[in-house]
Design a protein around this ligand. Structure first.
Ligand code: ADP
Ligand code: MG
Ligand code: MG
Ligand code: MG
Ligand code: MG
Ligand code: MG
Length: 673
């Protein structure tokens, strides 16, 4: 998320008048980008990660932890007074959907393999946020009341939407007109007016509140239904939805904040040119579900243990602006939504099509553009905007090939959901604002990021063609986040070093199935996923494998097929990644890889499993799937200790096992030595 434009966001019934205008101008902007940048080449492998934190207020007297929505001014501080400090430390902070959220990135991208610097930079970001929050707590006298403010990189807050989960008095003494949620006051939403408007626009376009039914973990005394569901009479008809929308055996979630309020780890890579960017994108498509499962960190929602381990489908539902008709389903309240067309204009109703997936979902189409690709791989039902397709194929600026055109024509089936009055008219030769409007609200497992019109081949001061990897769940420690980022970096470096060697394509329908499977509880241990039989043949044959096999198989496992060869190529090892254990220079990278190896072989738990175990073994747990305040407090305190590499309670040993824990406690980043 970049800087926020000032201005007036239009409510849906106003903004929808500009839908076609924005799409049309956005596509023209894209064509100018292609005209400028299509021939760009030899860009270096720059890359960078993004980490999202939740700011928490911890109240030790009452043994409660709350999301902190009262110190979001920290972002202004980082952007103004602290800006030189941030730049000097090579860190930047960005706003996110949640008022309690912070996003942080390196200020300038990493250049190739940078060893421990990734973790060092992550640590700087966390330390600075921690330092300022602690200072605020001190200034406000919170420390004297045995309270504190801390940032934490936890994928979901287990008690979001339950009593006393926000650090403000009386959040329910007024109505939450943006989300109309039964659980989340609008104070969870970023104060910048873009975000409540976005929230309302999605709801109004859809014609009802968003609705995520997430499988509830079934324990001995778990109730049949989510007993936090109730009826209210503030908003008609939204307040009548809940009892119809909830389902036995599921946790009912009704607001954008449940999804966009969760945290993740994203990594962006620059490729030398557009064709290699397409190749990297396509090659990573099936890594997305596998890495989602391997990073699982979200087993609890709205005070319930879920029968799933990750956040993905929650966010997918949380921003699902499709009408019931587009989803091919009945409205929750047919009386209020007769044709099932939600907030579409009369004109738009004439050209609707069914849309199988939310705008937040798995990648839909391979981009192609290389010798391994075959169009039959795009074997799922993916609607496209025919008009956009035609323009992209036939124009006087920069005609695109069919496969690339189809990718953008699919993104452009969506409506803009956030339009600023001041930005309706743009100079398409210099602005990408309208293009980005739709591009950046298509949240898929990967994002193909084109550059701007400035990115002519000779202008190396601006970014080139990039690919963003988006499925990873954020991890508690900088060590873990650096581990997942580094592993992915090594995979991408391998792909870019030997692009003629690896054919990673499998049918898209199997990737979608894998994504579904990746949600399951303990998918790392128990599930089987489609994985390539051979990365070196021209076919697309797969068979089903466990995560352990996918990482460790001697034939086609990730370590053997991707990590070992790139480490050999770099001269770090002669055969196998485990040799790094004897390297003084790359010892930490050994532990990065060992962390992921031990998790994917089941030797140590995922964060999801660790949290699940913690909750189920807590003295206050009543075998009813409920995460009480005291359980939540103790869990977050344990997570805090882990984050700070404090093993005084053996929390680190529970999460990492003895070997990694000992290493982490006794080693320091070489930068700090
Ligand atoms: P977004 O939220 O749109 O994904 P951010 O700016 O938050 O974008 O994060 C983008 C990431 O890409 C950051 O880690 C940044 O360091 C990195 N990055 C910046 N420039 C480049 C580049 N030229 N190539 C690759 N990555 C880059
Ligand atoms: Mg973000
Ligand atoms: Mg970002
Ligand atoms: Mg973003
Ligand atoms: Mg991003
Ligand atoms: Mg098997």
């Amino acid at each position: 998320m970049g800087l926020l434009a000032a201005g007036t966001p239009l409510p849906w019934t106003e903004s929808r008048k500009y839908n076609n205008h924005i799409r049309k101008q956005g596509i023209e902007q894209l064509l100018y980008v292609f005209q400028a940048a299509a021939k760009r080449d030899n860009d270096p492998l720059l890359w960078g990660d993004e980490i999202e934190y939740m700011m928490l207020e911890v109240d030790h007297n009452n043994k409660n932890v709350m999301l902190d929505v009262t110190h979001d001014f920290i972002l202004d501080r980082f952007a103004e007074v602290d800006y030189p400090l941030c730049v000097a430390n090579d860190v930047l902070y960005h706003p996110e959907y949640g008022r309690f959220m912070l996003e942080a990135t390196p200020a300038s991208p990493y250049d190739g393999y940078v060893d421990e610097y990734v973790e060092f930079n992550m640590k700087k970001r966390r330390d600075l946020a921690k330092f300022r929050l602690n200072q605020f707590a001190e200034e406000e006298g919170l420390l004297l009341q045995r309270k504190n403010l801390v940032p934490i990189s936890l994928t979901t807050f287990p008690r979001m939407g339950r009593s006393d989960f926000l650090n403000i008095e009386n959040p329910w003494d007024h109505k939450n007109s943006a989300s109309r949620s039964l659980y989340l006051p609008d104070e969870v939403i970023n104060r910048h007016v873009r975000f409540p408007t976005l929230t309302a626009n999605i709801r109004i376009r859809r014609g009802e509140k968003v609705c995520m039914n997430i499988p509830m973990f079934k324990d001995q005394f778990t109730p049949e239904t989510d007993d936090t569901v109730y009826e209210r009479d503030w908003f008609v008809p939204e307040d009548k939805e809940s009892l119809k929308a909830t389902k036995p055996g599921f946790i009912y979630l009704d607001a954008m904040g449940f999804g966009m309020g969760s945290s993740c780890l994203q990594v962006t890579f620059q490729a030398p040119n557009i064709n290699l960017a397409r190749y990297v994108y396509d090659s990573l498509v099936n890594f997305a579900p596998i890495m989602l499962a391997a990073s699982a960190a979200a087993p609890a929602f709205k005070g319930w243990l879920a029968d799933q381990d990750v956040r993905w489908n929650v966010i997918s539902g949380a921003v699902d602006c499709r009408t019931p008709w587009e989803r091919n389903t009945e409205p929750i309240l047919p009386k209020y939504n007769k044709d099932g067309m939600g907030g579409l204009s009369e004109d738009a109703k004439k050209s609707v099509q069914r849309i199988p997936k939310s705008r937040y979902s798995t990648v839909d189409l391979y981009l192609g553009g290389n010798e391994f690709f075959n169009r039959t791989l795009n074997d799922t039902d993916v609607p496209i905007n025919e008009k956009v397709l035609k323009t992209l194929l036939e124009n006087d600026k920069a005609p695109l090939d069919y496969d690339l055109a189809k990718h953008f024509a699919h993104l452009y089936i969506r409506d803009p959901i956030s339009v600023f009055e001041e930005s309706i008219d743009q100079d398409n030769k210099t602005s990408t604002n309208h293009f980005e409007n739709l591009q950046s609200t298509n949240w898929q497992t990967l994002r193909f990021k084109p550059p701007t019109q400035e990115a002519v081949p000779s202008n190396k001061r601006v970014p080139g063609w990039r690919v963003e990897f988006r499925p990873l769940e954020v991890q508690l420690t900088d060590f873990e986040n650096a581990a997942y980022s580094t592993m992915l970096y090594l995979i991408v470096e391998y792909l870019l070093t030997f692009p003629d060697r690896i054919n990673a394509y499998i049918p898209m329908s199997q990737v979608w199935d894998n994504m579904h499977t990746a949600h399951h509880t303990d998918a790392i241990l128990n599930e089987h996923f489609y994985w390539k039989n051979s990365f070196e043949s021209s076919d697309f044959n797969t068979s089903m494998h466990s995560i352990n096999e996918i990482f460790h198989s001697m034939e086609n496992g990730i370590f053997n097929k991707f990590i070992n060869p790139i480490l050999r190529h770099k001269g770090f090892v002669s055969k196998d990644w485990k040799e790094l254990k004897n390297s003084s220079k790359h010892l930490r990278t050994y532990y990065y890889l060992k962390l992921i190896s031990d998790r994917t072989s089941g030797k140590i738990p995922s964060i999801a499993k660790y949290i699940r175990n913690f909750i189920m073994n807590h003295k206050d747990y009543r075998h009813d799937s409920r995460v009480s305040k005291s359980i939540n407090y103790d869990l977050i305190m344990a997570c805090e200790r882990i984050t700070n590499l404090d093993n005084s309670n053996n929390d680190m040993t529970d999460l990492f096992g003895d070997d990694i824990t000992n290493y982490l406690i006794h080693s320091k980043l070489s930068f700090e030595k």
